[in-house]
Design a protein around this ligand. Structure first.
Ligand SMILES: *[C@@H]1O[C@H](CO)[C@@H](O)[C@H](O)[C@H]1NC(C)=O
Ligand SMILES: *[C@@H]1O[C@H](CO)[C@@H](O)[C@H](O)[C@H]1NC(C)=O
Length: 361
């Protein structure tokens, strides 16, 4: 690391500390409901399907596997911490969960389409509606600990989905034109989800766009793109173009919903720009090779092999996850997630620019 990079990193750390310190002033108990895929699954897959996620997942922060697909905390964990909330329990985790701060419906692998299969976005929303009606029933029969209608109204509803819809379409070898054709259908599902939550009292929404799919080591390994298929930072151009088109549509959808649902706040967060900056300017953040997984098999350039994935026999993890953006070929490291959270908390990537804790005042 040269001195310029080092001073850049120190500057960044100071900015991060400043922005963190201004984000803990909730006056009401923060309540969060989250919908999504592996980017925000805090244990849903493991609880829901009995699937096991083993060491070295979780090694950096939890010192055990929690079902999160990272070496430590996810973006959503850092966001919960910023409002002094406990980590969000997976909705499907029946033992030990009180759901007093909300619930996380996100499950690894989820997409918006097809609907009505575990755990598509519309299924996650149906689970939420069940959760809400059970809470009302229990309150009616005397329970004091459940979230009431006022709680559901002031809660934050977070959505982070779409990556698997794009990824699945590319994996099925759809032409680029056919991948793009699916985008409006995916956006329609996100719209349905927000409207359905709104119909049921939700008023505060936090919508993440999707990251640069073409920069994931797993995709680079599968596609083995020729150099002319790569963008200036070594990512697959078509995959990133599709992600950007999806994001344009999502931004537009949020604008439209803001004018339709005037009693609501709908915040659109540009995750793509944050992640792409981490990759393009990796050294500035102290990361070495942003297109290589820390945990996997095969070594450079991607350290990924479908037959020997992280957590399975033969895979190896790097010594210092903090030098990697990517953990397992698909998901980000705790170090990268932490920087992402600081950037989100800066409000710079949000439309409209409201502090993350706007919902707990
Ligand atoms: C890399 O960092 C520079 C300086 O902060 C910034 O202007 C540029 O947009 C970044 N590149 C990407 C691709 O985000
Ligand atoms: C993965 O395993 C399959 C089935 O054993 C084999 O056909 C394939 O060549 C392997 N791929 C790699 C990259 O090792």
């Amino acid at each position: 690391m040269d001195s310029l990079t080092l001073s850049g990193s120190i500057f960044f750390i100071i900015i991060s500390l400043l922005s963190h310190s201004t984000h803990s002033l909730c006056t009401t108990t923060p309540l969060i409901f989250n919908f999504g895929d592996s980017n925000s699954d805090t244990g849903g897959l493991v609880a829901g399907l009995g699937y096991s996620v083993t060491s070295p997942y979780g090694r950096t922060f939890f010192s055990r596997s929690t079902g999160r697909l990272s070496d430590g905390r996810l973006l959503i964990d850092f966001l919960c911490q910023s409002v002094k909330s406990s980590f969000l329990p997976a909705y499907l985790e029946s033992l030990g969960s009180t759901f007093s701060n909300g619930a996380n419906f996100a499950v690894v692998g989820s997409s918006t389409l097809p609907k009505f299969v575990p755990f598509a976005l519309n299924v996650q929303v149906m689970q939420f509606l069940h959760f809400k009606s059970r809470s009302s029933d229990l309150i009616a029969s005397g329970s004091k600990a459940m979230i009431n209608d006022d709680g559901f109204k002031r809660a934050l509803y977070m959505i982070d989905i779409g990556q698997n819809d794009l990824s699945d379409a590319f994996a099925k070898k759809y032409s680029y034109a056919n991948v793009i054709k699916r985008i409006p259908l995916v956006l329609a599902e996100i719209k349905n989800a927000i409207k359905s939550i709104h119909d049921n009292g939700g008023r505060k929404f936090w919508v993440h766009n999707t990251g640069p799919l073409g920069c994931l080591p797993q995709k680079l390994w599968f596609v083995q793109p020729s150099s002319r298929a790569l963008d200036p930072h070594g990512c697959i151009s078509t995959y990133n173009s599709a992600a950007k088109l999806f994001n344009e549509g999502l931004r537009h959808l949020c604008t439209k919903l803001r004018s339709e649902l005037k009693d609501s706040t709908i915040v659109y967060v540009d995750i793509y720009t944050i992640k792409y900056d981490l990759i393009a300017n990796a050294s500035k953040y102290g990361f070495a090779n942003p297109l290589m997984a820390c945990c996997g098999f095969g070594g450079p350039p991607f350290n990924y092999n479908i037959n020997v994935t992280c957590g399975h026999g033969g895979a190896q993890a790097c010594n210092q996850g903090s030098q990697f953006v990517n953990w397992d070929g698909i998901h980000f490291t705790e170090a990268a997630n932490s920087i992402m959270a600081s950037k989100i908390l800066s409000q710079q990537y949000s439309t409209p620019r409201v502090p993350f804790d706007f919902f707990c005042h």
